[in-house]
Design a protein around this ligand. Structure first.
Ligand SMILES: Nc1ncnc2c1ncn2[C@@H]1O[C@H](COP(=O)(O)OP(=O)(O)OP(=O)(O)O)[C@@H](O)[C@H]1O
Ligand SMILES: [Mg+2]
Length: 313
């Protein structure tokens, strides 16, 4: 497989603050590659550097074979980018917005009509071309923003939280589109906070405090990250019980999942002891991606206490 993105110690510092710290990774052609991590982890900063919009402080990368430090103009022309705060023109129609982006990407006039039609049907907005953007729902705006980002049919697209603020149904539909693009050979790099979307990525990079903590397929992350036996507990006033549960010698960690607690035990031998201690039934479960990320973020915070501060910046 061909690498479309390779980074070596890519770093971005703002003043004295390191937003992305020595990011080294490779992304293959046709992958749906997800960046996950708490607020302030450095996902958008990493994406903005890879798009050639933000200059790295140190390190280097190649994107579609171009040198990120010297060939940003070529990179910008070749990729599609949908920013976290994407901009559409509310007072223009769907078609006028697409046409505006077609102009930005210098799509020749002779190809424009066809291309606009193709994109409209790809993002399922055919029939809505004359609708004012101001009248579109959030999910439709998001699809139109994606349409604008891929108007040049780029082989590499960056989508920074493309589904924030969209309903669960809208998000599923949007990710179907991402899968369709990837199926056609487009490499999609996407940031998200949603576990259901992370599950649909081929590989996930988990960032915390500017650093890459883990990168692998969702299945491998679930199989290999948590060492021990994970159980689920239903307890009244569960939150208040966490500190005492964590003090038990056979407990590695305990975290809330909705109204339930997930407890990671050293081994299955801890199940009976935990049940005696809490008076509740402890059901062994297979870890979800959320369990994996809770554990990864927590280990990183313990290792690097200032990580907690940056999430509140
Ligand atoms: N232009 C800037 N100047 C100073 N600090 C910045 C700048 N851009 C980002 N940061 C800081 O860098 C850190 C990483 O920000 P970034 O936007 O990359 O995080 P993120 O992972 O995308 O977070 P979110 O999930 O909230 O979108 C944050 O602490 C942010 O405040
Ligand atoms: Mg962001």
């Amino acid at each position: 497989m061909k690498n479309v993105v390779t980074t070596w110690n890519l770093t971005r510092v703002f003043g004295t603050f390191t937003a992305v710290d020595s990011l080294t990774l490779s992304i293959e052609e046709g992958e749906i590659f997800g960046f996950l991590g708490p607020n302030g982890a450095g996902k958008s900063t990493a994406v903005r550097m890879l798009c050639g919009i933000l200059e790295p402080t140190a390190g280097t990368a190649t994107v579609l074979g171009y040198d990120l430090l010297r060939q940003t103009e070529q990179i910008k022309r070749k990729i599609g980018y949908m920013s976290q705060k994407f901009s559409l023109y509310d007072d223009l129609t769907v078609l006028e917005n697409l046409d505006f982006y077609a102009g930005l990407y210098s799509i020749p006039n002779g190809q424009r009509r066809n291309r606009l039609g193709e994109i409209l049907s790809l993002v399922s907005l055919a029939g809505q071309e004359d609708e004012l953007v101001a009248n579109l729902s959030g999910g439709w705006k998001q699809r139109l923003a994606l349409g604008c980002a891929i108007i040049s049919r780029p082989s590499l697209v960056f989508l920074d939280e493309p589904t924030s603020g969209v309903s669960p149904t809208g998000r599923r539909a949007f990710f179907n589109l991402i899968q369709q693009l990837a199926g056609e050979g487009t490499t999609v790099i996407v940031t998200t906070h949603f576990m259901d979307e992370a599950e649909r990525c081929h590989r996930i990079a988990f960032m915390s405090g500017g650093r890459l903590i883990a990168v692998d397929t969702p299945d491998n992350l679930k199989a290999n990250t948590l060492q021990g036996c994970l159980v689920e507990l239903e307890l009244p006033e569960a939150m208040d019980r966490i500190p005492a549960i964590e003090e038990q010698p056979y407990v590695k960690e305990c975290s809330p999942h909705g109204s339930l607690l997930h407890v990671l035990l050293d081994s299955p031998a801890g199940v009976a002891a935990l049940e005696r201690f809490t008076g509740a039934v402890a059901r062994p479960i297979t870890p979800s991606l959320e369990d994996v990320f809770v554990a990864l973020a927590r280990h990183d915070r313990a290792r690097q206490p200032q990580a907690a501060d940056r999430e509140n910046r």
